[in-house]
Unconditional design. Structure first.
Length: 361
């Protein structure tokens, strides 16, 4: 009874603070775990048993045919990353959805398939890419080459190729919802830890429904660190727990100093973690648009999700243009780049920052 009471209290707090952080997983152990993979003499999970005695594997638990955003497993809310219903989902969480990758297996019509997301399904290699584009590291049998095969890191692949050390039971929000726990004992932002070194992972402010509802004032916040880079990406060379550092762990060459011509216009590759100038067309991006999110230099000062973008301070980063899981668009972009035409701003995220190239403003 006391538990139920506490649950009700925390539930109403969550309702009141719609965008504040979530705690660790909640709910009955048996929602998610099975001790022997057996109930009434019947096998619980056909492809089990699974690590940590969970009832399903990562994909299994994070899939739903009914909802493309969240579903209830007993009294636990599960974020969905793979919608298994028949039609393409119209709503998806911040990371996108693997629907287009999964539907694309064996399908070459261009509407679905490998370019729509990371290939996380076992043995379903990318038809076009033999390694992570821009990878600064070429070691075989690793997640830099493919995410669809068990790798040299404890056989991790797919979901755990990126969410290397899942921490469903960690208190990952010590200061409200801002994660600043260093090391593997705490969960980093969405369990995005460095794979080869300890002490690094992604810091961010986690939206409590993973952006199932999203608006200018209701969204994740990402950490960025401006400045030139002397190496080829990754946490070790960037020395900061940013999302860009995380992506460049596998796509390092997309963020090199020399390629960025010393860090200024004219650029040779589109910059990431570059400050949005407070002049020219850029100065017009002042109201946060979830179509093209920005990274912030100081999340502690920010405190929570902010509807304001501050040119001269906030940054463009990898997830300004991409989602990590899957989208309806090639190159896992957040919008249909093929529709981006000078002067025609229909849902083209480029114009959120390059305001004079479209007709936003
Ligand atoms: C909403 C789902 C969910 C619920 C409820 C849940 N767990 Fe877990 N638990 C997981 C998942 C997923 C993992 C494996 C991945 C990980 O460790 O993050 C896990 C891992 C574990 C582990 C091994 C890793 C660790 O953190 O020690 C233990 C032990 C564990 N759970 C015990 C429990 C007990 C006891 C309960 C009930 C009080 C419980 N769990 C409730 C999802 C859940
Ligand atoms: C038995 C069900 C279950 C399994 C198995 C499971 N998860 Fe989860 N996972 C959950 C639930 C429930 C949540 C939501 C936790 C919360 O409320 O913050 C979650 C949350 C997450 C999150 C978001 C964390 C955050 O900060 O919001 C990630 C990332 C994740 N899981 C990855 C994985 C990976 C990788 C695996 C496989 C190793 C896995 N999950 C296995 C149930 C599961
Ligand atoms: C290429 C790396 C990568 C792979 C592979 C990957 N994820 Fe993620 N995942 C991320 C990132 C980055 C985020 C944070 C997205 C954001 O906040 O914008 C995320 C977010 C999540 C979330 C929170 C919901 C959301 O959309 O923000 C869950 C749950 C999750 N991942 C589970 C999984 C599962 C399950 C798999 C395997 C089917 C998987 N991930 C594969 C990088 C990855
Ligand atoms: C653990 C390594 C790893 C990490 C971390 C990683 N990627 Fe990838 N990425 C790959 C691999 C391998 C491929 C090529 C095969 C595939 O698409 O799965 C790839 C492909 C891509 C593609 C091209 C997709 C296609 O098929 O055309 C994009 C875009 C991309 N990644 C963006 C990102 C972004 C943005 C992040 C950070 C959120 C990120 N990646 C993090 C390994 C990684
Ligand atoms: C979140 C904001 C943001 C988004 C979205 C964005 N950009 Fe940029 N872009 C920038 C910033 C910041 C610079 C560097 C400005 C500077 O320092 O001169 C830049 C630079 C550029 C440049 C080089 C300009 C120069 O002066 O050398 C081009 C070209 C460009 N972007 C095209 C695009 C295209 C095409 C898209 C959509 C695919 C896009 N950008 C999306 C922020 C953004
Ligand atoms: C301004 C928007 C923008 C930003 C920021 C951005 N990308 Fe891209 N990315 C694109 C577009 C557009 C493409 C499609 C190919 C092209 O136009 O070069 C692409 C393509 C890719 C590809 C596929 C390349 C191939 O050979 O198929 C990868 C991998 C990738 N991006 C990773 C990243 C990573 C990692 C970051 C952060 C360091 C990043 N992107 C930042 C817009 C962006």
């Amino acid at each position: 009874m006391k538990r139920l009471f506490l649950f009700l209290i925390s539930f109403s707090v969550v309702l009141v603070l719609a965008s504040s952080g979530k705690a660790r997983v909640s709910g009955m152990c048996s929602n998610c775990h099975t001790m022997h993979n057996s109930q009434n003499g019947q096998v619980v999970s056909g492809n089990g048993p699974h690590m940590a005695l969970t009832k399903y594997d990562c994909v299994g638990c994070h899939s739903s045919s009914e909802s493309s955003t969240t579903y209830m497993l007993g009294n636990s809310v599960v974020p969905v990353v793979l919608y298994t219903g028949g039609n393409a989902p119209t709503n998806y969480l911040a990371g996108g959805n693997f629907w287009w990758v999964k539907e694309g297996l064996g399908n070459t019509d261009g509407q679905v398939g490998d370019p729509k997301g990371h290939n996380v399904f076992l043995n379903e290699d990318d038809d076009f890419l033999t390694e992570a584009p821009g990878s600064a590291i070429s070691c075989t049998n690793s997640c830099h080459i493919k995410l669809s095969q068990p790798s040299i890191i404890e056989g991790k692949y797919g979901c755990t190729g990126c969410h290397v050390y899942p921490k469903h039971h960690a208190d990952d929000h010590p200061n409200g919802n801002y994660n600043n726990v260093v090391g593997e004992s705490g969960g980093w932002y969405r369990y995005l830890a460095a794979a080869h070194t300890t002490g690094y992972g992604v810091e961010g402010i986690e939206d409590n429904d993973w952006e199932a509802t999203v608006s200018a004032s209701d969204h994740n916040e990402y950490f960025g660190k401006p400045g030139n880079l002397s190496g080829t990406g990754g946490f070790m060379s960037i020395q900061a727990n940013t999302m860009t550092a995380y992506c460049t762990g596998c796509h390092g060459n997309f963020h090199i100093e020399n390629d960025n011509a010393g860090g200024g216009s004219p650029w040779l590759r589109h910059p990431s973690d570059a400050v949005i100038p407070s002049s020219g067309e850029y100065a017009n991006y002042t109201v946060y648009n979830p179509l093209a999110p920005v990274a912030r230099p100081d999340l502690t000062a920010l405190g929570g999700p902010s509807a304001t973008v501050t040119p001269g301070q906030d940054m463009v980063m990898c997830l300004s243009c991409h989602r990590p899981h899957g989208t309806p668009y090639d190159d896992i972009l957040r919008w249909d780049y093929s529709q981006c035409t000078v002067g025609d701003s229909t849902n083209c995220g480029c114009f959120v920052c390059h305001t004079n190239k479209g007709i936003f403003q």
